[in-house]
Design a protein around this ligand. Structure first.
Ligand code: F6R
Length: 628
């Protein structure tokens, strides 16, 4: 696919939360609310604004939930919030559950601040500041940054310098928008590893986390460089470096409309989210690796002794999440030799499953609000079984109610069809499998460390390579636009990917497909293979290649047209009797699930997009299924 990004676009990075700031002559509040609404697409669980009056009084209003709730709260205030300078934020919880208190802006005596990113050493900073007499009210990492800047401001009496001093102490990533009571009408902005743009027109200055929020005002902007503080006052923008000298920044322009900008220039959220997979895997795994490169679960129930005692595991989930469970089963059983059942949550809850007190039930869910998964979790708990949830949304019901939780870091998933959330669920299950195998004495630390490295470093790189096949997959997909039925076949780990390949294609392209273990076709279903029936053969497992080739011959001799998805090594070594091939880079067989997942998602996407389907909102489907 053509690179939809300009030179400065942040391709494939996950930025949650949204920032907006306004300084001008009008009341800033309506501008902030409107800006926040254009950032809603990023996903959020709370929102807030801070407005500074001309005499330096900062009023902060924040609310858990939708922007409408924030607006209601603002409307209900007796004394209306008004001021020509303000900052606003939509929060996607990372540290601390969604709540009014944890929402941004966060305040300190001299300032209010909004933040995107993660302050890794917030606990150390807090400890230091508590000794200096500060009190903390929220569970967030951001409050530490607000108070740290305040602390330095009091020392150096210069807002720009105070921000640099604080930045020297902070480890992590940030985009900050700050208002100081002593500088009414001014916004101070700074960033590291998180985007922040500043812009102006003849009437006002704007800061924003991304382009959609500025388009109403202007299409030209500065992508703030790291190590620079920008000061906006009305339409005047200045940039300062660490020495206090004025700096230059390059002005950029964009010709996207709001919708194009929200999709980062991609035609659909789904393809944008597939491109976010490398970063999502990296973030999910790296947050659970210790400095020694080994898994660090830091959850009491999952510490060595307890983890080692689980006799068998039940993975319970719905749809795509359940399919990630199939991949998890393959890797947990292989590495840790612990038996794993995978259950559809809607069946688990009613079939009176056999649960032993020494079992572990793992619930997988992107949203954490799926009714069947939640009911299955409650059923397991009522039976006295330890529950672990692997969830993408912080503070969601499944996360809260499980005995322990491992969060995935896919960021908000907007497209109804789940893609990056599936990849990170698989990644977390791999990490879990490595840890379990280690605890069970099946992997020594060096072996475990090497597998973690492959997961955290090699897999994002492998997925990036798989993304480079997007154009090839797009042109192959053209052959499938008029197809009515299709089969996905595979063996071993590949067969665990087939149900997801099939679901993805069905739900967004409306083409019927079936997933079959390649060796099982001949037990009945092969009667459906006739002249021209399309079959997609997933074959990344070299030890099973000869068997796969026999399976391909079987269907080809009945007239099937076969597309094989394989690796370079296998394609070179074997004469695959397929009509077409998609060739992945060489990948360790046990890890092939990651690039393969990307390719099957690309396949479904390109078929659906070229059939003109409403890819991001397929008919009859909702993003979160909160009813039974
Ligand atoms: C398919 C899809 C669904 C979800 C399922 C569970 O693309 O998205 O099958 O995977 O509804 O949703 P979560 O993971 O939110 O529990």
């Amino acid at each position: 696919m053509p690179d939809p990004f300009g030179e400065d676009a942040d391709t494939g990075k996950l930025y949650m939360c949204g920032i907006i700031g306004y300084t001008g002559h009008k009341n800033s509040l309506p501008v902030l609310i409107e800006g926040l609404r254009t950032l809603e697409y990023r996903g959020y669980d709370s929102a807030g604004v801070a407005v500074c009056t001309a005499d330096g009084v900062i009023e902060t209003v924040k609310s858990k939930g939708r922007i409408d709730l924030l607006q209601e709260k603002l409307d209900s205030l007796e004394k209306k919030v008004e001021g020509s300078c303000g900052i606003g934020h939509t929060r996607w919880a990372t540290h601390g559950a969604p709540s009014d208190t944890n929402s941004h802006p966060h305040t300190a005596p001299s300032l209010a601040l909004v933040h995107n990113g993660i302050i890794e050493n917030y606990a150390e900073i807090e400890e230091m500041l508590v000794r200096e007499g500060y009190t903390f009210y929220s569970e967030t990492d951001t409050e530490a940054a607000a108070k740290l800047i305040d602390y330095y401001y009091k020392k150096v009496n210069d807002p720009v310098l105070a921000m640099f001093e604080a930045a020297d102490v902070i480890r992590g990533s940030y985009a900050f928008g700050v208002m100081f009571c002593d500088f009414p009408g001014k916004i101070f902005a700074m960033r590291k590893d998180n985007p922040l743009i500043v812009a102006s027109n003849d009437e006002c200055g704007i800061i924003a986390s991304d382009i959609p929020a500025i388009l109403k005002h202007t299409n030209s902007y500065y992508q703030l460089e790291e190590g620079i503080v920008s000061v906006l006052c009305g339409s005047a923008i200045e940039f300062f470096d660490r020495t206090g000298k004025k700096a230059d920044q390059k002005r950029l322009t964009v010709d996207w409309n709001v919708e194009q900008a929200q999709k980062g220039g991609f035609p659909h959220f789904m393809i944008k989210e597939i491109h976010e997979e490398p970063e999502a895997i990296r973030q999910t795994v790296s947050t659970r690796l210790g400095e020694d490169g080994l898994p660090l679960f830091g959850v009491h129930e999952l510490d060595g002794d307890k983890l080692g005692k689980f006799k068998s595991i039940h993975i319970v989930a719905c749809g795509t999440a359940m399919h990630a469970g199939l991949v998890g089963k393959a890797i947990i059983e292989k590495l840790a030799r612990v038996s794993v059942d995978v259950d559809v949550a809607s069946e688990f809850r009613y079939r009176d499953p056999i649960l032993d007190p020494d079992d572990l039930v793992i619930l997988l869910s992107q949203s954490g609000e799926t009714a069947d998964t939640l009911a299955a979790l409650r059923h397991a708990k009522a039976n006295g079984v330890c529950t672990l949830s692997i969830v993408n949304v912080i503070g969601s019901s499944v996360a809260r109610e499980a005995d322990c939780v491992l969060y995935t870091w896919a960021g908000p998933e907007i497209s109804v069809a789940s893609t990056k959330a599936y990849s990170v669920q698989c990644a977390m299950l791999y990490l879990f499998a490595i840890q379990l195998a280690r605890v069970k004495g099946r992997l020594d630390d060096d072996e475990a460390r090497e597998l973690c490295r492959r997961l955290c470093e090699d897999m994002p790189a492998q997925v990036e390579k798989a993304l480079e096949l997007s154009r090839d997959v797009e042109s192959i997909a053209r052959n499938y636009l008029a197809v009515e039925n299709l089969f996905f076949i595979g063996r071993g780990l590949d067969s665990a990917l087939c149900p997801e390949a099939s679901l993805k294609l069905k739900e967004i392209s409306y083409i019927h497909s079936e997933a079959y273990a390649a060796g099982e076709l001949k037990h009945g279903t092969i009667s459906l293979i006739i002249e021209g029936t399309p079959v997609v053969a997933l074959m990344t497992q070299e030890r099973l290649c000869e068997k796969m080739i026999s399976g391909i011959r079987e269907v080809k001799s009945r007239g099937a047209t076969v597309l094989a998805v394989t690796t370079k090594e296998i394609a070179e070594k074997y004469n695959i009797p397929a009509d077409n091939t998609v060739i992945l880079d060489n990948v360790d067989a046990d890890f092939a699930a990651f690039p393969l997942a990307t390719v099957i998602q690309l396949f479904a996407y390109h078929v659906a997009a070229q059939r003109g389907c409403d890819v991001d909102k397929p008919r009859n489907l909702a993003k979160s299924v909160t009813v039974e």
